[in-house]
Design a protein around this ligand. Structure first.
Ligand code: PMP
Length: 331
């Protein structure tokens, strides 16, 4: 019989799929690693499992303990899923700009959600950082994973994502492409692939216009979620990427919509962004048929139906050009 003992056993071993339509003007083979196949729906399940394992080993998490983290998205779902399987309480602190849908997902997994005012700055005691710090101090047995500085984030990708890609491409990949948020994915996966290939695999970071990684002198707001930062987190090792490619909101959202319509892959905006970065790099370097690029797609498009996939939202946010360009055209 092939029966998993519990749902957390299904984390990882996500599939690789080749792209055919959005890649029609590049010669390189482009395959994507589809992380929405994880049980919580994103690559963050991987870090949740390893962070919780490590905290149990170090004694930071004891039976009946509580996990407190300021997060609204995928990391919360991953932590809630693994915590629930092991009997921990979870409390997530989210700013009030986070949609009711996202809060409902966390509650559905049994998490408690505390909403804080978005306009409270990091020094304000009502801010979501301050509230989560206070709860972590005050609740007995509380553990705060802190995904931005926890080394188990990148480690999880070093031990799972990297080896899976190496194995599933028969060691033949030439390029790995991933967006940079906390930096855990690119740091851990990239480090493994560099070591395994003795430096041959090129590591390409994808970054939104306005984020610090691609241009520290021009940090500003952007709409792609889950990637880019305005500071350098400890989870990111800047020596790993060979190149960082900047992508605009419009380019990322256009590609995100095309991925669903042309490739049958309903993915999030950071996935569209990573595909754009791969194609830009392939064109810039004139990569040929012997190149095999693997692009990591962190999550599903289900969480973005009322944004990227809504014509109304796209129009209101200045992306009418993307809509009028249609879908069946070369990049
Ligand atoms: N895309 C999405 C949707 C995410 O939630 C994240 C995690 N913040 C990333 C990309 C980036 O991953 P990482 O934090 O490992 O750099």
């Amino acid at each position: 019989m092939n029966i998993s003992k519990n749902v957390a056993e299904l984390i990882g071993n996500t599939p690789l799929v080749e792209l055919h339509s959005v890649t029609d003007d590049v010669e390189a083979r482009v395959v994507v690693k589809v992380e929405y196949f994880n049980p919580g729906g994103s690559s963050k399940d991987r870090i949740a499992e390893r962070i919780i394992d490590a905290a149990e080993r170090s004694g930071q998490l004891q039976p009946g303990g509580t996990i407190v983290e300021p997060t609204s998205g995928n990391t919360g779902v991953g932590l809630a899923l693994v915590a629930q399987q092991r009997g921990y309480r979870t409390i997530f602190v989210v700013p009030d700009k986070v949609s009711e849908d996202k809060r409902a997902v966390l509650r559905a997994y049994g998490a408690e959600v505390i909403v804080t005012p978005t306009d409270a700055g990091p020094d304000d005691p009502r801010s979501y950082y301050a509230v989560s710090d206070r709860l972590a101090r005050e609740i007995p047995g509380a553990f705060k994973p802190n995904q931005y500085s926890n080394p188990n984030g990148p480690e999880s990708h070093y031990h799972t994502t990297g080896p899976e890609i190496w194995r599933d491409t028969d060691r033949r990949l030439t390029h790995f492409v991933a967006g940079i948020g906390t930096g855990g994915t690119i740091t851990g996966t990239g480090r493994f692939l560099k070591e395994a290939s003795q430096g041959a695999v090129q590591i390409i970071g994808a970054d939104p216009e306005g984020s610090i990684y691609s241009n520290p002198d021009d940090v500003h707001q952007y709409l792609i979620e889950g990637v880019g930062e305005d500071f350098y987190p400890q989870a990111f090792d800047p020596s790993i990427p060979d190149e960082i490619v900047q992508v605009s909101d419009a380019e990322a959202f256009d590609m995100t919509r095309r991925m669903a319509r042309e490739e049958g892959l309903l993915v999030g905006g950071s996935s569209g962004m990573a595909v754009v970065a791969a194609l830009k790099s392939a064109r810039m370097h004139g990569l040929g048929k012997d190149s095999l690029m693997v692009v990591l797609l962190p999550d599903s498009g289900r969480g973005y139906l009322s944004k990227i996939f809504s014509d109304e939202w796209m129009g209101e946010n200045g992306f009418s050009d993307v809509l009028s360009r249609g879908t069946q055209r070369p990049v």
